[in-house]
Write a protein that binds this ligand. Structure first.
Ligand code: AMP
Length: 395
């Protein structure tokens, strides 16, 4: 079974082609992409031509499904056929996710025209949060705002779901791993045994922390939009709502300009004044740049704030997991995130931590009550797997 995963940006199309064997194993056959895309139809043709030339997909009939990591839909989430309903849901919330929703709506439309008969599947980034307690989703806003959709949705669902499944496997809880695999088809099935409590830290260009009990999210740091929670690369993260009218009045800014500054000039870039990339910020901090050091400190402070929130919410944890570009590759930051948690049962092993970059492994001491893991993110594989499950569930 050949599954294409299409990652649509405002001017880009990136793709990965996976082949699934009958036993659920997946091999990555091809990956590539196009920048400066002005016509998704042409980019899709180019992608299919590339896959044909490589001998992977001779005709569209050799393609058994296309998966999309859609971000935020109005009144719609989960893993669902990418049909008119999905396009309408993306358009309904294009104001909240302006960088993500319009390209996905346009791109899915073009895939539908170009590949009639090929099942298309949308896996919403919000899907993992469908079962959060209502109190974890509500903002204290007027009821009309809530009814218009102003609530906490959560993002990076594909990544945190992968961590939920993989960490359960690593902890020997196959029952929970299977529960996670079936989650979008079966919902949270009943569980026996000790509760499994995992705190998943997706730390990259975009960051979030999610608390997970028995494979299901109980809370997360991102809210209405991906511009919330931890400081992001150049996006603001959590901000007191009073700041927006204040800067509009103080600097005479329009809404559009405030939005631009909050999404393009804030986050680690705004704090450091150096870069939105952690490697540059680190290099500057190492040469004594105080703002760069402060950006790192704010990231650590914010991540620990959310780790602490879920430690309490979950009543402790069995595993703390780091994933994504920053989480996978920065032992010194991991050490800072885990500093002085010994009393809470989390003891990082400096040697194991320093030795591990970009690979899966355990970085806690043998005596640590809870495990600390690094689990590399592979969101495209998650989308491909869920696409297979969605197609199988419909047949
Ligand atoms: P992501 O969005 O998951 O691709 O993560 C991007 C972030 O991870 C950027 O801030 C990078 O600086 C950081 N990152 C990626 N690779 C490395 C690396 N090898 N060493 C340090 N930081 C890295």
């Amino acid at each position: 079974m050949n599954i294409l995963v299409a990652n649509l940006g405002s001017t880009s199309l990136k793709f990965r082609l996976f082949r699934f064997d009958g036993a659920g194993g997946a091999a990555l056959l091809a990956k590539g992409g196009y920048e400066r895309v002005t016509d998704y139809g042409k980019a899709i043709d180019d992608c299919l031509a590339e896959l044909k030339a490589a001998g992977h997909v001779r005709t569209p009939a050799d393609l058994h499904g296309v998966g999309f990591k859609t971000v935020l839909g109005k009144n719609l989430t989960g893993c669902v056929p990418a049909d008119e309903r999905v396009i309408a849901a993306l358009e309904g919330f294009k104001e909240i996710a302006p960088a993500h929703n319009p390209p996905y709506a346009a791109g899915i439309q073009r895939f539908r025209e170009k590949l009639p008969g090929v099942p298309l599947v949308a896996l919403f980034e919000t899907a993992f949060y469908q079962w959060m307690p209502e109190a974890a989703t509500r903002y204290a806003v007027p009821q009309a705002w809530h009814e218009a959709g102003v609530r906490r949705y959560g993002f990076h669902g594909a990544s945190h779901k992968f961590v939920a499944e993989r960490s359960a496997e690593l902890l020997g809880r196959q029952d929970i791993a299977e529960r996670v695999r079936q989650l979008y088809q079966a919902g949270p099935t009943s569980v026996k045994g000790r509760p499994l409590r995992v705190i998943s830290c997706h730390l990259g260009g975009s960051s979030s922390v999610t608390g997970i009990r028995d494979g299901v999210a109980v809370g997360t740091s991102m809210g209405l939009s991906p511009q919330s929670g931890l400081p992001q690369n150049n996006r603001v993260g959590d901000l007191d709502s009073a700041a927006v009218p204040f800067v509009m009045k103080t600097f005479g800014l329009s809404i559009a300009e405030v939005e631009r500054q909050m999404t393009k000039e804030s986050g680690l870039l705004g704090l450091s004044g150096v870069s939105n990339d952690l490697r540059d910020i680190r290099a500057a901090a190492d040469t004594g740049n105080a703002r760069a050091q402060l950006a790192l400190d704010v990231l650590v402070h914010s991540a620990r704030h959310w780790i602490g929130a879920f430690l309490l919410e979950l009543g402790g944890c069995d595993a703390l997991v780091f994933t994504a570009g920053i989480g996978e590759n920065n032992p010194d930051l991991r050490a800072a995130f885990c500093a002085q948690l010994e009393e809470l049962g989390l003891v990082i092993d400096p040697a194991k931590n320093n030795a591990l970059r970009g690979a899966e492994g355990e970085i806690s001491t043998a005596g640590s009550r809870a495990k600390i893991f690094v689990i590399p993110a592979n969101e495209e594989l998650v989308v491909a797997r869920e696409t297979v499950r969605c197609i199988a569930a419909r047949n």
